[in-house]
Design a protein around this ligand. Structure first.
Ligand SMILES: [Zn+2]
Length: 216
């Protein structure tokens, strides 16, 4: 499937679903014109765009379910600016330095089905953009041993929290002790997934944890 997708990407040109420019499903310029996330989320979580907007939703879907990897670099471009803004404040106010980038993991089962983790792809693109080396990537640190029902398929908030509790584990505790962490995910809805990831990393001694997502 992945190979077929790659071949199709090579032979079939891709066009921006907003302006029609050739190259990527949603170009950087059109992404910045999408409406910003406005629904309330926890203070430590920064979502960029409004997931209810059809173009945002479609672009996230294409990355996740059609493996359109170029979108990971478009999303990373948008995220990187916001991360730097946040870091410039935090590094002074809270000594938030040498941040570790941690993608929200998929379970082994889902990873095998999909062939990649979209949050990890975005993280890898972030590292490429990060010439000053503010960010270090550690994709293996947070793992998801338990396969859970996809959060998007659960309507009820409490049921979502229940579904995700206890689903993450930390692989190398020493690596997160006293470290500042930046969690990355594609979409946040209730924030339950990010909160659970934060909780377990905190319990192993991580210092300050913030999160960024493409959409909310
Ligand atoms: Zn465009």
């Amino acid at each position: 499937m992945r190979l077929l997708g790659t071949i199709l990407d090579i032979i079939l040109p891709v066009y921006c679903l907003s302006c029609g420019a050739k190259g990527v499903d949603l170009c950087a310029e059109c992404l910045t014109e999408c409406p910003a996330a406005e629904r309330e989320s926890a203070k430590w979580i920064t979502p960029l765009y409004d997931y209810r907007h059809p173009k945002v939703k479609r672009a996230v879907w294409l990355l996740k379910y059609r493996g359109r990897r170029k979108l990971a670099s478009i999303f990373a471009g948008a995220l990187y600016g916001r991360i730097l803004e946040e870091l410039s404040d935090l590094s002074i106010m809270e000594n938030f330095k040498d941040a570790l980038l941690v993608p929200i993991p998929l379970s082994g089962k889902r990873y095998r089905e999909r062939g990649f983790n979209q949050a990890e792809l975005i993280c890898r693109e972030l590292v490429k953009l990060d010439r000053e080396e503010n960010l270090k990537l550690d994709s293996g640190i947070l793992i998801k041993p338990k396969d859970t029902i996809h959060q998007a398929h659960i309507e009820n908030r409490n049921a979502r929290i229940k579904n995700i509790v206890g689903s993450f584990a930390v692989k190398n505790i020493e690596r997160i002790k006293n470290r500042n962490i930046i969690l990355i995910d594609d979409v946040t809805t209730t924030g339950a997934t990010l909160a659970e990831a934060r909780k377990i990393m905190k319990s192993y001694g991580a210092r300050k944890i913030i999160a960024f997502t493409i959409a909310h």
